[in-house]
Design a protein around this ligand. Structure first.
Ligand SMILES: Cc1ncc(COP(=O)(O)O)c(C=O)c1O
Length: 431
């Protein structure tokens, strides 16, 4: 499987957007995160144009920046007229430092701190998506102190189970996120929010999971949420103005994955929204979504250099690389699958039963197991595909390994957007 923008050239090397990956590895060093800027921008444009054409005026997509947060990604999102979703003071700070307009920022999180809420109110964040009653009352007080009326959403658990990995499933009742419709706490929260003098309830939000390949759970979520809009109207006389369906559209990691196209996913959502509003006589709400993985996932490729190769007869071959769980924790965390290619060679003997091992002091520090690779040799460059989402953003300095650099490639050119950490950087906060 090759992600968009990748192809093998006649010199046997893998190319990305016209750049020779082996040359990129030589120029910038490895491990290296390589992001396909054209693909990111194209994905954003597909979301923004579909939403502008098919949903109520004022609707827009917000990029879920937990997938990848750095100054340049917020600049790109701003240029592409996206909103962004942030989940911490750190993500909010980075967005603001990139001059991202505060009114197009949605602030999430199940335990935002007092300081984070104050910061969000002070900078005029567009929506704060409130997760629980403690936060609701705290935010009302903070907004009152700041003499402002803060626009909010409420995070709702619609009780929809998306067919995905347990660890990244969040829509069900037993979740740390949000208010459940089923047990009445969501309605109680709506009424409570409407009674807060310093808050304006604009939005109901749900996020039913991640890496979803099917339209049905999204369609069901729209129906459940709109039914709830009617219940709220019957109880309070007020219509909620905005529906936010969260993120969740899948990306392709291996040949086994067949994610929906952005338009394939949004078409039935737009249809069900319109038809249900008509049927139930609901004023059509503004529509928001928060795609993360489907914008940056396939745009990312991580490059490593092969170091030690250990053939354990009749068992497996370990190929060790110069990165690992510190730059990509997802296999160690939940056995996430990836496509791994030898970017230095397109032909030769295929080696089977290969395990790609990281350099950290953990047996579980693996990038992938049981894969086949074209004639791996010491010094070859390995490319791990679809690493744009939840890789750099989950990276750590475990074993005091500096975080890799990140570059953007576009039309045969490359530029650094995150510098490689130095050993000196590792001591920044040591006293
Ligand atoms: C509230 C919310 N919005 C958006 C997202 C982004 O999801 P994805 O990257 O699957 O599109 C998440 C992911 O956890 C989320 O929790």
């Amino acid at each position: 499987m090759l992600t968009p923008g990748l192809e093998f050239s006649s010199n046997g090397h893998l190319y990305i957007e016209g750049c020779d990956i082996v040359a990129l590895a030589q120029k910038y060093g490895t491990p290296l995160y390589v992001m396909n800027e054209k693909l990111i921008r194209n994905n954003c444009r597909r979301y923004t144009s579909f939403i502008a054409e098919n949903f109520k005026t004022g609707s827009f997509p917000c990029y879920a920046s937990k997938a990848l947060s750095c100054l340049e990604i917020y600049r790109i999102m701003n240029e592409e007229k996206m909103g962004v979703d942030v989940v911490s003071g750190g993500e909010l700070y980075t967005a603001l430092k990139a001059d991202f307009p505060a009114e197009r920022i949605f602030f999430h999180g199940n335990n935002k701190t007092v300081d984070e809420l104050r910061m969000a109110v002070e900078f005029g964040v567009g929506r704060i998506i409130v997760d629980n009653l403690t936060e609701l009352h705290l935010l009302d007080k903070i907004a009152s102190e700041a003499k402002s009326k803060q626009k909010i959403g409420l995070r709702i658990k619609p009780g929809i189970e998306a067919h995905t990995h347990d660890y990244i499933r969040t829509g069900q009742i037993d979740s740390k996120f949000g208010f459940s419709i089923e047990n009445g706490e969501a309605l109680e929260a709506v009424k409570e929010a409407m009674s807060c003098d310093n808050l304006e309830l604009c939005q109901l939000h749900c996020h039913i999971g991640s890496q979803i390949f099917d339209t049905q759970p999204f369609v069901d979520a729209v129906k459940v949420m709109l039914d709830f809009f009617v219940i709220i109207h019957n109880e309070t006389g007020q219509w909620i103005k905005e529906l936010n369906l969260g993120g969740g559209l899948g990306a392709s990691y291996t040949d086994a994955d067949s994610p929906l196209e952005i338009e394939e996913y949004l078409t039935p959502v737009a249809q069900i929204l319109k038809s249900t509003c008509k049927e139930l006589d609901i004023p059509e709400p503004e529509f928001h979504i928060e795609p993360g993985r489907s914008i940056v996932g396939e745009a990312g490729t991580t490059l490593y250099t092969i170091g030690a190769i250990k053939d354990i007869k009749d068992i497996r071959t370990y190929i060790s690389v110069d990165g690992g769980m510190a730059d990509n924790i997802r296999y160690a965390l939940y056995k996430a699958e990836y496509t791994v290619l030898n970017a230095s060679k397109n032909s030769g003997t295929i080696k089977d039963n290969v395990t790609i091992a990281g350099k950290c002091c953990e047996s579980g520090d693996l990038i992938q197991e049981g894969i086949s690779l074209t004639e791996p040799d010491v010094g070859d460059i390995l490319a791990v595909l679809t690493t744009g989402a939840y890789n750099y953003s989950m990276a750590s300095n475990y074993n005091r390994i500096p975080r890799p650099a990140m570059i953007m490639v576009k039309d045969g050119n490359s530029r650094v957007v995150i510098q490689r950490e130095s050993y000196a950087d590792l001591l920044n906060n040591d006293i």
